[in-house]
Design a protein around this ligand. Structure first.
Ligand SMILES: Cc1cc2nc3c(=O)[nH]c(=O)nc-3n(C[C@H](O)[C@H](O)[C@H](O)COP(=O)(O)OP(=O)(O)OC[C@H]3O[C@@H](n4cnc5c(N)ncnc54)[C@H](O)[C@@H]3O)c2cc1C
Length: 505
């Protein structure tokens, strides 16, 4: 295939490596510039003592070969070579009286669990489960992005989605919290309020249940480190180049076209196109100096339509105790609220163990992870920058309170803890430069549903954006899919026939 234009990609997270891989398949010559010394971005693992902390993946989506997301992964990495764990029970929620609701992956089992535990809510449960069953049949028309669809494609999508539109519209108007309020049974009410994100439309909670039912969601043994290293290897095998420790300071623009980048060390690299796969706000307001904004950018970054997701801490504990007989993920009520920062007090916690993955902890030991909210991200960031000793003390204080809460809930915790690691929003900013230190960019709300992906900015040519800030939400499968979609758009703009297959040399 004829060698096409040179594209510089900013950021070697999964978004950057995905778009880089798909562009390489289509004959573009790409180079990624990454500020950190490793690839993966937020999809990262790190070692502490004998434990490999998966700082990202709790659940990975797009694992069923029969479903629509699978190929976005499988075109880049060999999915069959990965050992996935699928969970019969995705999570459990324990209320303040110790009553438990299982969120089974199988829909029939889930329905039975809800009906058995909350018979008084039969009508609402039946309606809700019927909705999950209905969407269990849908094959989302996501092979092509809207921007490259022909009229015939759009008509096909409309025909295909027509049976679902009424339900979608209806359940986009109801939030999870509003749905929970309709329930009478206190345990089920608490379970829905706790396991589903309150502000999100109920519709957004339906699809994850569908994916679990179809075994499209699971956990890759080897975790974030495995997935990131496989993505990096594939990208390089396709001919891509990654420059590590290369922070981009400026995007070079000539006559309203991007023509290269300048690194923090002053080096300039020229190209035909730039793709930003790193923090969106930095790209627009710093690297481009705020000179290029259109109405979609202004809506995202300068209005209240888009809100960043609530930030969290990431507390990893290494336990010299086998937790494998516990449900993988447990949400539970805590008697003694934990103050995280002045905007956040936790009255429940959520703990996940990684006992199904032998890479996570030595045999007989367990890696636990908790993500309590930490809404005041600026507090954590300022503390880290201005008072490192207090920052460390605060991290230890919260970890101590969390361990105390685990002790009360499970017993035999304190004396078995042999590793504690606390990441804050400041940690995410430091390692990945993500605005607000948030992990999944935007909150998915009614207001953001259907908003266009900001692939480009009006008035600036040869500049593209991908990754969690360009879409309406993050998550690994979303950003990997976006790499495929953006390549389709670039190919269309360049008059190239898109392929998602590796070209024979
Ligand atoms: C704790 C946590 C749990 C999560 N759990 C899940 C989960 O269970 N399932 C799931 O699907 N998703 C999960 N996510 C979300 C998912 O990890 C992200 O949505 C996704 O990895 C974002 O990928 P990205 O490539 O868009 O961005 P990033 O991963 O942020 O990549 C951007 C890259 O750009 C680099 N960069 C930034 N600025 C510059 C610059 N100026 N110059 C050069 N390079 C730069 C960064 O270093 C980074 O490597 C989780 C995230 C976190 C943090």
């Amino acid at each position: 295939m004829k060698q096409q234009k040179k594209v510089i990609i900013i950021g070697a997270g999964l978004a950057g490596m995905s778009v880089g891989s798909y562009l390489q398949m289509n004959g573009f010559q790409t180079e990624i510039f990454e500020s950190y010394s490793m690839s993966g971005g937020l999809c990262a693992s790190w070692k502490r003592k004998d434990y490999n902390i998966d700082g990202c993946i709790h659940f990975m989506e797009g694992l069923s070969p029969a479903e629509v997301y699978y190929d976005f992964w499988n075109n880049i990495i060999d999915m069959k070579s990965i050992d996935f764990v699928f969970f019969d029970s995705h999570s459990v929620v324990d209320d303040k009286d110790g009553n438990r609701i299982h969120f089974y992956s199988d829909i029939d089992q889930l329905e039975n669990e809800f009906l058995t535990k909350a018979p008084e809510d039969r009508k609402q449960i039946k309606k809700f489960i019927a909705l999950v069953r209905k969407f269990n049949k849908v094959k989302l028309p996501i092979k092509k992005p809207f921007e490259v669809m022909t009229v015939a494609d759009k008509l096909k999508v409309a025909y295909h989605m027509f049976p679902y539109l009424r339900s979608m519209r209806k359940y986009l108007k109801i939030t999870n919290r509003e749905f929970a309020e309709k329930l009478q049974n206190p345990t089920l009410k608490y379970a829905i309020e706790t396991a589903f994100v309150g502000h999100m439309p109920l519709f957004y909670s339906i699809m994850p249940l569908v994916w679990r039912n179809k075994k499209d969601t699971g956990y890759p043994k080897g975790g974030a480190a495995l997935i990131s290293s496989m993505m990096e290897k594939s990208y390089k095998e396709l001919g891509g180049i990654i420059h590590f420790d290369s922070k981009v300071k400026k995007i070079l623009v000539e006559n309203d076209r991007t023509r290269g980048i300048e690194l923090e060390n002053g080096k300039v690299h020229r190209c035909d196109k730039v793709v930003n796969a790193a923090d969106g706000r930095t790209a627009i307001y710093d690297l481009l100096g705020g000179k290029y904004k259109d109405k979609n950018i202004i809506e995202r970054y300068e209005s209240d339509v888009f809100e960043t997701i609530d930030k969290t801490l990431y507390i990893a504990l290494g336990l010299n105790r086998d937790f494998s007989d516990m449900p993988r993920k447990i949400h539970f009520y805590i008697d003694k609220p934990i103050v995280i920062d002045k905007m956040t007090t936790m009255t429940h916690l959520e703990v996940t163990h990684y006992c199904d993955d032998p890479h996570a902890a030595p045999e007989g030991k367990s890696l636990l992870a908790l993500m309590p909210e930490a809404k005041d991200w600026e507090y954590w960031q300022n503390l880290r920058l201005n008072d490192k000793s207090k920052y460390n003390k605060e991290k230890n204080r919260v970890a101590k309170d969390v361990i105390e809460a685990l002790e009360t809930k499970f017993g035999n915790i304190k004396e078995y803890v042999e590793m504690i690691d606390v990441a804050t929003p400041a940690t995410y900013i430091r390692y990945t430069n993500n605005w607000t230190g948030g992990q999944i960019s935007w909150k998915a709300t009614r207001k953001t549903f259907g908003k266009p992906t900001t692939w480009q900015i009006k008035g600036l040519k040869d500049f593209y954006m991908t990754g969690q800030w360009a879409g309406t939400s993050g998550g690994l499968i979303n950003v990997v899919m976006m790499g495929n979609h953006l390549t389709q758009i670039i190919c269309k703009n360049e008059g190239i026939k898109f392929t998602d297959r590796v070209q024979k040399k």
